[in-house]
Design a protein around this ligand. Structure first.
Ligand SMILES: NC(=O)c1ccc[n+]([C@@H]2O[C@H](COP(=O)([O-])OP(=O)(O)OC[C@H]3O[C@@H](n4cnc5c(N)ncnc54)[C@H](OP(=O)(O)O)[C@@H]3O)[C@@H](O)[C@H]2O)c1
Length: 257
């Protein structure tokens, strides 16, 4: 897409963190937006903030990506509001850190339904529309944790689902390229968002190992603006100081008893 102005995008997990940063940046580039997240109030605040800063159309649709009916509604409302979907950014995700033997089954299922099925199902719902248009860009927010082999301890389920998502994204590209659809997996290093627990106890040395959400926005803009015959299949954006043998930031997650 040479010119992003007037294009239409759906972004999931767009009320906070990385998704919000991408939404603000796409709006600055003239892209109309449907933003999805579960909590309507934070979504509304994000919509207002974007409306204050940009002239694009922007709508906030409450949607739990782990629920099929919510995803169907998201696509239906997006088509009603925007008429066409050019870009899908699958970003909504939850983090969970557990030794595997202590991880509740409900937590495993929540991760699978949100971080993997949420992406695959929404893509399935949108793909027919993109095929009909013979154009489209799908960006999946994977994770830098997939670059570590074996996947990090205590992040086994989260990271292995992201490995699956990476494989899905690459395979989807091969299958969709003759339809003019581009698929990009972005694999960011650790960024300071709600997902990483705000990293309260972080030392100044550890802080140097984070990346800013701007780096991820830049990767999204790059993926959307490369020449027509190019697809950035995978973009790993990690901190220069990423230590491979141990966690970037050893943060602890509180769990309800
Ligand atoms: N932060 C990092 O260091 C990092 C690194 C690598 C990859 N990532 C990936 O980047 C993505 C975004 O992470 P983030 O750090 O920006 O997270 P975040 O700050 O916690 O924001 C998550 C966003 O997703 C929404 N969300 C969560 N569960 C949802 C659900 N079931 N349905 C719809 N929306 C949902 C949240 O809103 P509601 O709670 O209101 O639904 C919020 O808008 C995730 O896929 C994550 O795995 C993050």
């Amino acid at each position: 897409m040479k010119n992003l102005k007037g294009k239409n995008a759906i972004i999931t997990g767009a009320s906070k963190g990385i998704g919000k940063a991408i939404a603000v940046r796409l709006a600055q580039n003239g892209i109309n937006l449907v933003l999805a997240a579960r909590t309507q109030s934070t979504l509304d605040e994000t919509v207002k903030e974007i409306e204050r800063k940009s002239k694009v159309k922007v709508f906030g649709i409450s949607c739990d990506v782990s629920r099929m009916s919510d995803l169907e509604n998201l696509v239906k409302v997006s088509l009603e509001k925007l008429g066409k979907i050019d870009i899908l950014i699958n970003n909504a995700g939850v983090s969970s850190q557990y030794p595997f033997d202590k991880q509740p089954l409900e937590d495993i299922e929540r991760l699978a339904h949100t971080n993997y099925l949420g992406y695959v199902r929404l893509t399935r719902l949108v793909i027919g529309h993109m095929i009909k248009n013979e154009a489209g860009a799908i960006i999946n927010m994977v994770s830098g944790s997939v670059l570590v082999e074996p996947v990090p301890r205590n992040f086994l389920v989260y990271s292995s689902l992201k490995v699956g998502l990476r494989a899905f994204s690459k395979g989807l590209f091969w299958e969709m390229r003759d339809h003019g659809i581009k698929v990009t997996a972005i694999m960011p290093g650790v960024a300071d968002t709600d997902l990483t627990g705000k990293l309260k106890e972080i030392t100044s040395e550890q802080k140097k190992r984070l990346i800013s959400s701007q780096t991820i926005e830049d990767a999204v803009i790059f993926a959307l603006t490369v020449p027509q015959n190019v697809c950035p299949l995978e973009l790993a954006v990690i901190n220069q100081q990423t230590p491979w043998a141990k966690p970037v930031i050893p943060f602890k997650q509180e769990h309800p008893e």
